[in-house]
Design a protein around this ligand. Sequence first.
Ligand SMILES: NC(=O)c1ccc[n+]([C@@H]2O[C@H](COP(=O)([O-])OP(=O)(O)OC[C@H]3O[C@@H](n4cnc5c(N)ncnc54)[C@H](OP(=O)(O)O)[C@@H]3O)[C@@H](O)[C@H]2O)c1
Length: 504
Amino acid sequence: AILPGLTAWRRRKHEQSTVDDWRYQVTWTPLPALPLATLSGTWLVVTAEGEGRTGQGDTGDDVVVALRAHGARVRRVALDESCLDRAVLASRLADAVETDEVDGVDEAGGIAGFVSLLAAAEEPCRAYPELAAGTALGVALVQALADTGAEAPLWCLTRGAVSTGRSDRVTRPVQAQTLGVGWTAALEHPRFYGGAVDLPETLDERGGQRLAAILAGAGTGAGTETTGGEDQLALRTSGVLARRVVRAPAGDREPRRTWEPRGTVLVTGGTGTLGPHVARWLARQGAERIVLVSRRGMAAPGAAELVDELAGQGTEATVTACDITDREALAALLDRLTAEGHSPRTVIHAAAVIELHTLAETDMAAFARVMHAKVAGARNLDELLADAELDAFVLFSSVAGMWGSGQHAAYVAGNAYLAALAANRRARGLTATSVHWGIWANELGIGRVAPDQVRRSGLEFMDAGLALTGMRRAMDDDETVLAIADVDWDRYYPVFGSVRPTPL
Ligand SMILES: NC(=O)c1ccc[n+]([C@@H]2O[C@H](COP(=O)([O-])OP(=O)(O)OC[C@H]3O[C@@H](n4cnc5c(N)ncnc54)[C@H](OP(=O)(O)O)[C@@H]3O)[C@@H](O)[C@H]2O)c1
């Protein structure tokens, strides 16, 4: 009797150490104080036209003041929605580049760099209400710069999009979409993509100095000389911090709690590829009731069989057709569940529309389509369940939404938003866990990415059971943002970093 017990213990230990190797988190490391620097040349500051900006400085005035104070000549370009058409935007940029007058001085010539404050336009785009105006214009900006063969670096500025530590809150998760667009641009357009800086709410003199110091070293390619090639930065009162993805083993640490699948578990995307595996796993964890949601509902292939299978495991499962991007439809579903005494205690948001496009190739409609289920679905769940008593609010994201991936433009931006939303919920005192998956077992990823291509990239397929063991641990620890990915870095980084040696 001892031997089987020992074998099971050994297997569990082995599984735990395997999954431990798959865990990654984001940290921020302070950079040494940057030297005072003077900017030279003309900088084009790009903003979005329109009302609805919140917070001081979101018009970019403080940035313009800072750039000028440190020697830059500044031209401002305000984009309206006609600029969603990359050709219109390209010609708007060409006009701005060719203008001779800068700051009242005759100044023909080239542009030293582009500074985009588009992220601040968080309001919905009129033409594509699924997208924030700034996100959409940001995509068009990268496209237009690529189309016009831009050489000068593009720097994207956000505010409240990242948390560099416990007391630093994500206040504007929507702006993290811009960071996601930037990660893709870094891989697909290394020639002109400079990097991103998350600014404090207001840019004081010290902050302005630091921003100037970052941009002063900007050449073409990754980051700037002054920051040692760092291209993902946060500017805080303490100084300048650079983003890092680090291993995050749980080791022998005791979990913070024991999550239980009490009451009802709501799984969006429940009839997709991963959803049924999650549902079976929930049943194995002892879930009483699972509500699986997708647009097709019971019409999704295998839905009826899955319900029967779960019933055989002692779990009452229902499959409901609901488009979670439709706030009213989702509210009606949640009201019905509450009326039945089944309001969810755990939410797992795995709904997604997954299409892979490069930034240059994507059209705005496709970009919006991919963002919609992830972003609007998460936002609707967040808002409608704001007062609910939840044990877990798990968002299914991807490593693409933690450190980027070429050819995944909208997917990266949507997943980056999920991480930021999780951090923002934490800042509001609510539970949230954004799990950034690597790729699940071969048969589960079928159809989208060729297995050989995945292996060559250095991502290893993860066994579903082990992946879910990793998720369980993240839920027991009530983690906020965690990647669970089997990465062979010796193969992954040379491919990932080949176009641009970005520090990860
Ligand atoms: N598979 C992987 O290896 C992998 C790796 C990394 C991350 N992930 C993440 O894990 C999640 C699940 O991935 P998957 O591979 O299972 O994707 P999938 O097979 O494409 O399934 C997505 C599911 O979402 C549903 N859905 C889409 N739009 C919806 C909407 N508006 N309202 C309600 N349901 C909607 C789909 O059903 P209908 O079409 O019927 O609505 C489907 O059930 C995604 O967030 C993905 O990014 C997966």
